[in-house]
Design a protein around this ligand. Structure first.
Ligand SMILES: Cc1cc2nc3c(=O)[nH]c(=O)nc-3n(C[C@H](O)[C@H](O)[C@H](O)COP(=O)(O)OP(=O)(O)OC[C@H]3O[C@@H](n4cnc5c(N)ncnc54)[C@H](O)[C@@H]3O)c2cc1C
Length: 383
């Protein structure tokens, strides 16, 4: 029997899980190839802890080549073009043919889309930027920290709020009363896609901690000299330290392959993650899945994992002519760090009708430690 080639583009959260699950279900004569431009996987949920100096980068990283011991072929290469009609992908190293394609290339950050942003903002959305911000925070003597969400959608909707809580805790010990934290977001309300209970609880927590937040603020430009933000509605705000969640977009290679719909992301079947091209799947942050609530399924690792498991299972079922196909049901969870050694826990079903059924569990020490355990588990489980 001839072997099939399953090509996975992107060795991030979804790609790693898809590769491991496929290898578990497929005989050795089928090839599982994982391509990533980075040789090292960095666990994104811990970038916030790098920001406040609780983690060294090396503690949250693993070489992707470790996956080769499971029979996964790792190609350290940059994907340059995707041709779904001819079933080939060009990387900067080779042309790779596939029988099945899984696109898990995530979201690309585009700070250059907001004039002035790149020049004067910090971030924690990459490991390098979180490390740089950590060193800036050690010398920041006080003033206004503005946390700006540049556009929607962005990955991990709780992350800007987690950053604010962690920074509030950090400075209340280091420089009490010296730092004011303000969040500016285009969202209608913090965490609005998670429903009103989660949003209201989060707003209450922000108020209690003295963290200001302004909603429906679309950033237009940043003046690095006067340190001023200008929003589309004409309002302005000044800052001493700017932390941005940069604009997100589909990776360029996805854009040029013509795989996106009008949302700017890849449309998939919400339960099978199939695209409109046969044997081509997409999962995780690179996709768009509209919800009945009018929002889209948030870009979060928890969903990328669940989707990867379903896609891998179904491809293996098809190849093996054995088993029953599965569906992704829209359930997920995440921890929301609130500082002072506590975290909240958000869980639920985003596909529930007529509205998503999501619960925000009160912050506690237990959930903070659950998040720590999850980090260790992730780095052990998949490598
Ligand atoms: C600070 C922060 C905190 C977060 N916290 C949480 C959390 O607590 N819980 C949660 O569920 N989610 C969290 N997330 C979100 C989560 O990290 C993402 O939703 C998740 O990583 C998406 O998985 P993915 O596989 O779609 O994409 P990614 O994990 O981003 O992987 C995409 C991969 O594609 C590779 N790639 C891109 N372009 C190319 C190319 N042209 N050629 C080759 N390789 C390429 C990249 O190098 C990357 O490895 C957080 C994100 C951030 C930034």
């Amino acid at each position: 029997m001839t072997g099939k080639t399953i090509l996975i583009l992107g060795g991030g959260i979804g790609g790693i899980v898809a590769a491991r699950e496929l290898r578990k279900h497929l005989a050795a004569h089928h090839r599982v190839i994982l391509v990533d431009k980075s040789a090292i996987h960095s666990f994104p949920a811990s970038f916030l802890w790098v920001m406040v100096g609780w983690r060294k980068p090396s503690a949250i990283q693993k070489p992707l080549a470790l996956l080769e011991k499971y029979g996964i072929e790792f190609h350290h290469a940059t994907v340059q073009s995707i041709d779904v009609d001819h079933r080939t992908v060009e990387t900067d190293r080779a042309t790779v043919h596939f029988d099945y394609l899984i696109i898990a290339l995530g979201a690309e950050l585009a700070p250059q889309n907001v004039p002035g942003l790149h020049e004067c903002s910090h971030s924690f959305y990459t490991l390098e930027s979180a490390e740089k911000l950590a060193s800036t925070l050690t010398t920041f003597s006080g003033g206004t920290i503005a946390i700006v969400v540049s556009s929607i959608p962005y990955k991990c909707p709780p992350a800007p709020y987690e950053a604010a809580f962690l920074l509030e805790s950090f400075f209340s010990q280091k420089a009490p009363g010296n730092v004011e934290i303000k969040i500016f977001t285009p969202e209608q309300a913090p965490l609005s896609a998670a429903g009103s209970q989660a949003s209201q609880m989060l707003q209450e927590l922000l108020r209690t901690r003295g963290i200001a937040f302004s909603t429906q603020c679309n950033i237009m430009s940043v003046n690095p000299l006067s340190r001023q933000l200008t929003f589309e509605n004409g309002s302005t705000a000044s800052f001493d330290l700017l932390i941005a969640i940069p604009p997100h977009q589909a990776p360029r290679v996805v854009q040029t392959a013509g795989l996106m719909n009008e949302s700017g992301w890849i449309a998939v079947d919400e339960r099978t993650l199939r695209t409109s091209h046969s044997n081509v799947f997409a999962l995780g942050d690179v996709t768009t899945i509209p919800l009945v609530s009018g929002f889209s399924l948030p870009k979060a690792g928890a969903f990328a994992v669940g989707q990867a498991e379903v896609v891998a299972h179904n491809i293996a079922t098809e190849i093996n002519y054995k088993g029953i196909s599965k569906q992704f049901l829209g359930t997920g969870y995440c921890f929301l760090e609130t500082g002072s050694g506590r975290a909240g826990y958000i869980s639920g079903n985003f596909y529930a009708k007529p509205v998503p059924e999501i619960t925000f569990h009160e912050p506690s020490v237990k959930y903070h430690w659950a998040k720590v355990v999850f980090e260790k588990y992730w780095l052990w489980r998949w490598f």
